[in-house]
Write a protein that binds this ligand. Structure first.
Ligand code: SAH
Length: 345
């Protein structure tokens, strides 16, 4: 049975499903899920992420991790990545750390067997976990790039009589379709639209508990918004072969994401303090410009390629502004690097 048939059968049996349930089936179904069945990255894949654009991205994260580790008193720690994709980011981070003589116990939280195999090729000494709560407590540094945007959301829109949840059902002519729940709901706040991720909130709380109980920091990088650039409507989108497609068109064969609400994320991490920046300014403060110069000097044939990667990662009209960075730290640790006074949230 195809994933679309599985979804139709579930709707036929128990009625329209939430957007979160639809996303969960599409992305993580054990047999047919998008992430469970493929490696979606790169030019011939569906989309490209920052660590796949250039090693400079992971190297800057490595510099960040090394600096936080120093602020933790250079104690042994667990390095944890949520949703590591191909393992490229972690390989770049580990290379920077090993140059500083640091080899942390490394844990990867990944649901996809296909991607775990890719990760094992690049980070051979890693250990894997299904979720953060099963990783032993203790000093830790957590990194997540484009992880929260892949977690299922429940979607709400304001109707004339109140907020209603958006559901996925079957139209008269048989196609999957979005519709509104027959009754209004109290669970959505009083705004014109909302996307809430129970899974995202749970992970944020696990991070906060871990950092509260011991010492460490977390760095979350994603596609998202704050109150200053909140989009005018819901943000669920599907991408396949580097093109936007309808989210209901090819269940399990397109990537589904939403923009991460960084203000809510900071709220879910409270009472831990958090710091926010745009990806571009964050990478520039960590020294990506200087790193680009060094790499170009080492191999002048790569100069153009390095310059274009630098632009993609940092310029406001590329990934520099739409991608946001949020750091949170155990109580008592100093402001982490990359977050200047002027741009703090
Ligand atoms: N961080 C990588 C990959 C981003 S894609 C990069 O920047 O290239 C999202 C990643 O999260 C994939 O590895 C996917 O398999 C994983 N993922 C998605 N949902 C997950 C979940 N609920 N639990 C664990 N991993 C998940």
């Amino acid at each position: 049975m195809s994933l679309e048939e599985i979804i139709r059968r579930e709707i036929a049996q128990s009625g329209p499903i939430s957007v979160a349930r639809y996303m969960e089936l599409c992305l993580a179904h054990p047999e047919h899920g998008y992430y469970t069945t493929r490696d979606p990255f790169g030019r011939s894949g569906d989309f490209t992420t920052a660590p796949e654009i250039s090693q400079m991205f992971g190297e800057m994260i490595g510099v960040w991790v090394a600096s936080v580790w120093q602020s933790m008193g250079c104690a042994p720690f667990r390095l944890i990545e949520l949703g590591p994709g191909r393992g490229t980011l972690m390989a770049d981070v580990r290379r920077v750390l090993s140059q500083a003589g640091v080899t942390p116990e490394t844990w990867l939280v990944e649901l996809s067997p296909v991607l775990r195999t890719e990760q094992a090729r690049r980070v051979p000494d890693a250990r894997w976990a299904e979720d953060l709560s099963t990783i032993p407590a203790g000093p830790s540094i957590v990194v997540a790039n484009e992880f929260f945007d892949a977690l299922p959301v429940r979607q709400y829109v304001m109707a004339p009589d109140g907020a209603r949840e958006v559901l996925v059902g079957i139209a008269d002519e048989g196609a999957l379709t979005f519709g509104l729940a027959p009754r209004t709901t109290e669970t959505a706040p009083d705004v014109d639209w909302d996307e809430q991720s129970p899974a995202g909130r749970a992970v944020a709380r696990q991070i906060a508990e871990r950092l509260n109980a011991s010492v460490g920091g977390a760095l979350i990088i994603d596609y998202g918004f704050t109150v200053a650039d909140r989009p005018s409507g819901p943000t669920l989108q599907a991408v396949r072969g580097h093109q936007k497609v309808g989210p209901l068109e090819t269940p399990g064969r397109a990537d589904l994401t939403t923009l991460v609400d960084f203000d809510r994320l900071a709220g879910d991490l409270a009472p831990l303090q958090s710091w926010a920046a745009e990806q571009g300014e964050f990478l520039v403060r960590l020294g990506i410009g200087m790193r680009a110069e060094v790499l170009a000097k080492q191999d002048p044939t790569q100069t153009e390629c390095i310059a274009s990667a630098l632009e993609r990662l940092t310029m406001p009209d590329a990934m520099g502004r739409l991608f946001k960075v949020l750091a949170t730290m155990s109580p008592g640790l100093p402001t982490p690097p990359g977050f200047g006074e002027l741009h703090d949230a």
